[in-house]
Design a protein around this ligand. Structure first.
Ligand SMILES: [Mn+2]
Length: 325
């Protein structure tokens, strides 16, 4: 019995509708994995709508929906969504700060982030060593001998491209094998088109403003993004890490209730997830992968007499100095 068999067997028992929910502000990997799973479930007799929260912020994510004909519904727009419905979480786990807790029962999860414990799931497939959730879904096709439709294959390929930063970040053997498999059946011209739609003109203004705040101390770069956009925060960290001499990035951005954090590391001794946890220890929460991670600092946990920027720099630098001693 494959993982997909198990999942289908479970979902067939759903008392009402079945939904697939990626994390809020879905990125290409979350969108592709949800889309790929939706097709697999459909051919196994389970109809599932993809629901999400928050607007699609990045140009390439919305272009994906258009190019591949992917339908995503805002959870708040789905009138039939209720307590008797079941949800499969994709590319996220229950309790994470970047996923809205819907009234539905989250019975299943497929994810590649750090394991957060079984939060009442009846099915779980969480593999934190995998670079993209799209690779896990691609493997479901192969394991079950299901032919991957060209559009789904192309979306999944793009998901792997984006989450592994073109196969240079957190890549596992499965990612490489799935990439190779998808490459042969994908429409590469669509990937090229997505490349040409990575950011919008307004993103460029926000980037320009954020890059002016960059400060580098030794191998660590800090960035402050004065704009409420989650995907830009991650994307700007990815750019700061490419600065020569910078191996670690701490980026943060204000939200209504606090500050969002994004960390990156290409220094093997400094893990992005441990760094963000250290910075936020006792005040907020963080987690993620060794090379990329994120977190949240609630506004009321900040001492009013201390500047946020000083606090962040102090904690990050102490962590790195502690590692070197
Ligand atoms: Mn992902």
């Amino acid at each position: 019995m494959t993982k997909l068999d198990e999942l289908v067997e479970l979902l067939k028992k759903a008392p009402d509708e079945v939904f697939i929910q990626p994390h809020n502000v879905p990125d290409p990997d979350a969108i592709a994995a949800s889309f790929g799973l939706q097709y697999l479930l459909k051919i196994r007799g389970v109809d599932a709508q993809i629901v999400y929260e928050n607007a699609i912020e990045k140009a390439n994510s919305s272009k994906m929906l258009e190019l591949f004909g992917i339908r995503l519904s805002l959870a708040s727009d789905v009138a039939t969504l209720g307590e008797e419905d079941w949800t499969v979480l994709v590319d996220v786990q229950k309790g994470n700060s970047n996923v809205i807790d819907l009234v539905t029962d989250e019975v299943a999860v497929i994810d590649h982030h750090e394991y957060m414990g079984n939060n009442g799931y009846q099915f779980e497939d969480i593999r934190s060593e995998i670079g993209a959730c799209s690779s896990i879904i691609t493997h479901y096709y192969i394991e079950n001998d299901v032919e991957i439709p060209r559009m789904a294959a192309t979306a999944l390929l793009y998901g792997i491209f984006m989450d592994t930063d073109n196969l240079t970040r957190g890549v596992s053997e499965l990612d490489i094998n799935m990439f190779y498999h998808l490459y042969n059946i994908s429409d590469i011209s669509l990937i090229t088109e997505l490349k040409g739609n990575q950011i919008s003109r307004s993103d460029l203004q926000d980037y320009a403003k954020a890059f002016k705040t960059v400060e580098v101390y030794g191998e660590i770069g800090f960035l402050y993004l004065d704009n409420g956009n989650d995907s830009l925060l991650g994307a700007s960290s990815d750019i700061v890490i490419t600065i020569a001499g910078v191996n670690i990035v701490v980026a943060y951005s204000p939200r209504k209730e606090g500050y969002k954090f994004s960390t990156r590391s290409i220094n093997k001794e400094i893990k992005a997830n441990e760094l963000v946890k250290f910075i936020l220890e006792g005040r907020g929460f963080g987690g993620g992968h060794n090379s990329m991670a994120g977190g949240f600092l609630p506004i009321d946990s900040l001492e009013s007499d201390k500047s946020l920027h000083t606090f962040v720099r102090h904690r990050a630098i102490s962590y790195i100095e502690g590692k070197h001693n």
